[in-house]
Design a protein around this ligand. Structure first.
Ligand SMILES: [Zn+2]
Length: 157
């Protein structure tokens, strides 16, 4: 596995919709492993493929809860309910944080690295991470949804 460089804003790849994955091969497995290692090295809880320069519908998430490592290929939100507003950041926007409204509950359908479909339901922080990463795959960045930016002093205080 290797740690890959993270693409930062305003690289245009971050605002382009990604292509669906059609080949569930060893290359995909290696990419997922590298993305996970890159995410951990950057101290992140989620990473989408365009953030490492790959315009394909692939994301990894690990918010440190009982779900552990989550791999999402071609994910789609099939149900969303409620609202939560909380502070969010992004590895492609170092040092930038803002309050973002998100659905409180989401149900996501995706495929695993072997192409097998699964459904994942989540609330709270994991639901937020899922929405953030799936947005990336549509070329949508969290900055387009921020209702209020936070300064670092405020967060540390
Ligand atoms: Zn992000």
């Amino acid at each position: 596995m290797s740690v890959l460089p993270i693409v930062t804003y305003p690289d245009p790849i971050l605002e382009r919709p990604c292509a669906p994955v059609t080949a569930f091969d060893r290359r995909l497995g290696r990419l997922l492993d590298d993305m996970y290692e890159t995410m951990l090295a950057a101290d992140g809880v989620g990473l989408a493929a365009p953030q490492i320069g790959v315009a394909e519908q692939i994301a990894v998430i690990d918010v440190g809860d009982e779900h552990g490592r989550i791999e999402l290929i071609n994910p789609v939100v099939i149900e969303a309910r409620g609202e939560q507003v909380d502070v969010e950041g992004c590895l492609s926007f170092p040092g930038l944080f803002g309050e973002v409204p998100r659905a409180k509950f989401v149900k996501v359908r995706a495929q695993n690295r072997r192409g097998r479909p699964f459904v994942l339901s989540a609330t709270g922080f994991l639901a937020r991470a899922l929405q953030h990463e799936i947005d990336h795959l549509r070329g949508v960045l969290f900055t387009s949804k921020v209702v209020r930016y936070c300064d670092l002093e405020e967060l540390e205080g």
